[in-house]
Ligand binder design. Structure first.
Ligand SMILES: NC(=O)c1ccc[n+]([C@@H]2O[C@H](COP(=O)([O-])OP(=O)(O)OC[C@H]3O[C@@H](n4cnc5c(N)ncnc54)[C@H](O)[C@@H]3O)[C@@H](O)[C@H]2O)c1
Length: 230
């Protein structure tokens, strides 16, 4: 399977690629290859891919609408249009659900974004669902948590997504026949803030609470605090 990874120079791609290279025919692209908020560029870059793992975005909870509209809205619609009937795995974020107070947050609850960034990801999920309905292909949305090699101080312990679990999750998303689904991408953290309920075979194994790194976080999830006008 020819797999295109957008945002191929980014942090998440760096942790994901070791789990895909060798298993699939993987190609990465990033801004140096072209801006995905341009439809023609997106069509050129996606051409020939059997599957697209769409990671490219501005991943900043403090970003303004102006900063987000190109990379997080236009680029998503362009990549979906360019993918046609190819498989799509879309990086979403737990910020889509950031305002929920109940625990664990279940993936089927209605979106409740805590920031403009989370709202763009809620849009991306909705666009993905409509695309899957129209084209009949499989589109899987993964609401990634804090995707870092080790748990970071100050992060919510329930939100950590370890590289090994990230790799397993994306392989499950690429292999599943499920037509459309939204899942939380977090590890098997003892702090069960985000439910990993899924029907794609994802069985996370890592836990921020038992990670040997002393900087392991014991924090709880707090929604974004408004800091400035969007
Ligand atoms: N890092 C995390 O913990 C985390 C958590 C939740 C969700 N995510 C999501 O995962 C994805 C990857 O995040 P990341 O942390 O690797 O971000 P990153 O900023 O490290 O990488 C994103 C990459 O996308 C590229 N890019 C941005 N706009 C583009 C455009 N218009 N055209 C082409 N390329 C473009 C950037 O150049 C960058 O290399 C994002 O969709 C993000 O929202 C990340």
């Amino acid at each position: 399977m020819k797999v295109l990874i957008t945002g191929g120079s980014g942090q998440v791609a760096g942790q994901l690629l070791p789990g895909l290279v060798g298993r699939y025919d993987v190609r990465g692209c990033d801004l140096v290859d072209g801006d995905l908020s341009d439809a023609h560029t997106a069509a050129k870059l996606v051409d020939g891919a059997d599957a697209v793992v769409h990671l490219a975005a501005v991943p900043e909870p403090d970003a303004s609408w102006a900063d987000l509209i190109g990379p997080n809205i236009r680029a998503v619609t362009n990549v979906l249009a360019a993918a046609g009937r190819a498989k799509v795995v879309l990086a979403s974020s737990i910020h889509v659900m950031g305002l929920h107070r109940g625990r664990p947050v279940e993936p089927h609850w209605p979106p409740a974004p805590c920031c403009a960034y989370g709202a763009t990801k809620a849009f991306a999920e909705a666009a993905a669902r409509a695309h899957s309905h129209r084209h009949g292909n499989s589109v899987i949305c993964l609401r990634l948590g804090a995707t870092t090699p080790t748990p970071q101080a100050g992060q919510s312990a329930g939100a950590w997504l370890a590289p090994a679990d990230l790799q397993q999750l994306v392989v499950c998303a690429l292999e599943t026949p499920v037509r459309f689904g939204i899942y939380h991408g977090v590890s098997a953290n003892s702090a069960r803030e985000w439910s990993t309920t899924n029907d794609i075979g994802y069985r996370p194994v890592c836990d921020a609470a038992t990670h040997p790194d002393p900087s392991s976080s014991a924090g709880v999830w707090e929604p974004c605090q408004p800091e400035r006008e969007l």
